[in-house]
Design a protein around this ligand. Structure first.
Ligand SMILES: [Zn+2]
Length: 277
């Protein structure tokens, strides 16, 4: 079974404030497009100090390089709403830029894979979970699409995806597309077993707020779990409760648009005070 790391007891506000104000040595990993000036601004330190601490020659830095700095502890924050928000100190799902990790891949052109640590952790956890069932080489990985831009805000045609709490997860098809690609999928084309493993993993995460999927796929998945959990009523009821039904707020929301991927949204991270559900 999947285990979750439960957060340690929350420290008092005063403690948190004191810790936030104290300067500590930390490390920053250089991203493509970064300059000494832009990194210094992001971290709230002087460019001169950054150069000195890291003995940089001619202020040259390259992606992947690690820079030491002493400053107020940086922590990520999801600010505002998914439809009108931003991301502070987000984490990149693919920091080494190889477009893949254990159990997941992204399209090579995809650059919008920044999220809160909670979001990135959830995706990686489900990639690992998926690989426990379906080993490398035998099954293609889960296609991952957009999360958010580095600092959040609007991205192209997406309405949400602005605050690091949304991720598009491509359906697992019987006939897999190239890694990281999304293709419109009918219930017949869906690999129900693998898709259920992915969906179940996100449902098992209490940080998941909702999952939007195309209506006929939701129906197919519901029918599927009724079949596989036929003799395990408790399990069946537990998972059916996530599906739309009378008198409950479902986690899985059917629509007509999500034909190539499901859209997963996470709750506001616990300490992100400016996050709006
Ligand atoms: Zn989406």
């Amino acid at each position: 079974m999947l285990m979750f790391v439960v957060g340690i007891a929350a420290p008092s506000d005063a403690d948190a404030k004191k810790r936030r104000g104290r300067k500590v040595w930390q490390e920053y990993r250089v991203k493509p497009g970064d300059t000494v000036k832009s990194v210094a601004r992001r971290l709230g330190v002087k460019g001169r100090s950054l150069t000195r601490w890291n003995r940089l020659k001619k202020r040259k830095i390259k992606p992947g390089q690690r820079l030491k700095f002493k400053g107020v502890r940086v922590s990520s924050e999801s600010v505002g709403r998914p439809h009108k928000g931003r991301l502070v100190h987000g984490i990149n799902l693919d920091p080494d830029g190889d477009n893949q990790g254990l159990g997941w891949s992204i399209n090579t052109s995809r650059k919008t894979v920044w999220g809160t640590p909670e979001t990135v952790r959830a995706i990686k956890r489900c990639g690992r979970y998926y690989r426990n069932f379906f080993p490398v080489g035998k099954t293609p990985s889960i296609p991952i699409g957009s999360i958010s831009k580095r600092d959040g805000g609007p991205i192209g045609k997406h309405k949400s995806h602005q605050s690091g709490r949304d991720v598009d997860v491509g359906y697992v098809r019987k006939k897999a597309p190239p890694p990281g690609h999304f293709i419109d999928t009918s219930p017949k084309q869906l690999d129900l077993y693998k898709q259920w493993v992915v969906t179940k993993c996100f449902l098992d995460n209490p940080e998941t707020k909702m999952i939007i999927m195309e209506r006929s796929l939701v129906r197919a998945l519901k029918k599927y779990i009724k079949r596989i959990y036929k003799t395990r009523k408790a399990k069946l009821n537990k998972y059916l409760a996530f599906f739309p039904g009378k008198k409950r707020r479902a986690v899985i929301l059917p629509d007509t648009e999500h034909t190539s991927h499901m859209h997963v949204r996470f709750h506001c991270p616990k300490n992100d005070r400016r996050c709006i559900p």
